[in-house]
Design a protein around this ligand. Structure first.
Ligand code: HEM
Length: 405
């Protein structure tokens, strides 16, 4: 009989390694009652599903239809905005939206962003003053991506704090956090405010074009296919959601991995040219986006299991990243790992659009931290991971550090 892998039990979040190892070994493709869908844990199965057009990402409208009447109105609004996200659209709609934005994340515009990202990182660290004890998440890993995204989209700096709050609350709906019973109300309120804010932002950009992502969408990018206001607003919310918590998790989980592995910390201290490969290893080891969801458009056979049309399929990026068939010493953090073929940014047509920016932010974050501080130490030993299946990140990361002389 197949084991019952309960993904809702706290250990599955706090220490997922043993359960995922058992799943890869004993039931790499199995129907998982706790998430009511197929759960895929091996690298090659996960990769295959993400590349295969027989699996759809359009899961918002079926979801809204399943909800009961009282919640339906709020869910319908959430689903309308989120349903406009390219990450929830199959071709051809997906192709059009993606083409418009693609140019903004090419090497040249990205290289031009680096000095600004560096300035932001240093400004945040300047703001810490003499403090040597901080919560790395709230004090650094949250404000950095929020400010970068704000600048990218043309949001004025004095509004950045609002972006952070909205991103947090919208995440409660999208990420299926199980402990938040009022998640629809909270997300609905945040999304209503955020949409109104972005509508004004778009109107202002139409009147006063600037050199940023919002104006690029109004103009239609290199392909000259202008987007409608609704499409732009929806995409601005997506960028905020997709680029915020994920990058926060990358920075915090990366630091946590170093704190847990003093030999790797020492190696990075000794040779900071390893930062780019260290960032890749952090992406692999803790997978800021842990699970992706797809819907089967037809019956498909995977790993000897018969997946039926309409079934939900959960592809575990976290588990794929620890598959010993692909990664030598998969259980170890190795900041100098070569040929790191992790799929932290997904695979196939939905491959993360912001990946080059996320990498840049991750690298700049560690460069700035190591340039200014040393002796990073964990304060306290009871860290908690967020109760989320889709993303993976710590609630807080209290550390102490010493300024370099
Ligand atoms: C460490 C940080 C990040 C991680 C781990 C990450 C991960 C991912 C993953 C796994 C996907 C694929 C989703 C799927 O296939 O269903 C994705 C899509 C996407 N990401 Fe990221 N992301 C990060 C940062 C960013 C940033 C900084 C931005 C933008 C500023 C961004 C924008 C997007 C967009 C627009 C998509 C949708 C692409 C599409 O559907 O074609 N992401 N991301």
């Amino acid at each position: 009989m197949e084991q019952d892998f309960d993904l809702n039990q706290p250990e599955a979040i706090q220490n997922p390694f043993p359960m995922y190892e058992a799943m890869r070994r004993d039931a790499p493709v199995h129907w998982n009652a706790s998430v009511k869908g197929w759960f895929l844990t091996r690298y090659f199965d996960v990769r295959m599903v993400l590349r295969d057009p027989r699996f759809s990402v359009e899961k918002m409208s079926p979801f809204a239809n399943r909800m009961d009447g009282t919640k339906q109105e709020k869910i319908a609004f959430l689903a309308e905005i989120l349903g406009g996200w390219m990450v929830f659209k199959d071709p051809p709609e997906h192709t059009k939206l993606r083409q418009v934005l693609q140019g903004a994340f090419m090497p040249k515009p990205l290289a031009a962003m680096r000095p600004n990202v560096e300035t932001i990182a240093h400004e945040i660290l300047d703001g810490l003053g003499d403090r040597t004890e901080i919560d790395l998440i709230q004090d650094f890993a949250v404000p950095l991506p929020a400010t970068v995204i704000g600048d990218l989209c043309g949001v004025s700096r004095n509004k950045t704090h609002k972006l952070r709050l909205w991103a947090d609350d919208i995440a409660k709906f999208v990420l299926q956090g199980r402990s938040t019973l009022d998640k629809y109300d909270v997300s609905y309120k945040a999304l209503t405010e955020c949409v109104a804010f972005y509508q004004e932002l778009v109107a202002d950009h139409r009147a006063n074009p600037r050199d940023d992502l919002t104006t690029l969408m109004i103009d239609g990018g290199d392909v000259r296919k202008p987007m409608t206001d609704d499409e732009i607003v929806s995409t601005l919310v997506l960028i905020l959601f997709a680029g915020h918590e994920t990058t926060t998790n990358l920075i915090a989980s990366g630091m946590f991995a170093l704190l847990q592995n003093p030999d790797q910390m020492a190696k990075l201290e000794a040779d900071r040219s390893l930062i780019p490969s260290a960032v890749e290893e952090f992406l692999r080891f803790e997978a800021p986006v842990a699970t992706l969801v797809r819907i089967a458009l037809e019956d498909v056979e995977i790993g000897g299991q018969h997946i039926k049309k309409g079934d939900r399929v959960f592809a575990s990026l976290f588990s794929a990243a620890h598959d010993p068939e692909v990664f030598e010493g998969a259980k170890n953090v190795d900041i100098a790992r070569r040929r790191n073929r992790h799929m932290a940014f997904g695979k196939g047509i939905h491959l993360c659009l912001g990946a080059p920016l996320a990498r840049l932010e991750g690298q700049v974050a560690f460069e700035a931290l190591f340039e200014r501080y040393t002796d990073f130490t964990l304060r306290g030993d009871t860290l908690e991971w967020r109760d989320e299946l889709i993303t993976r990140g710590l609630h807080d990361l209290p550390i102490s550090m010493h300024p370099r002389q």
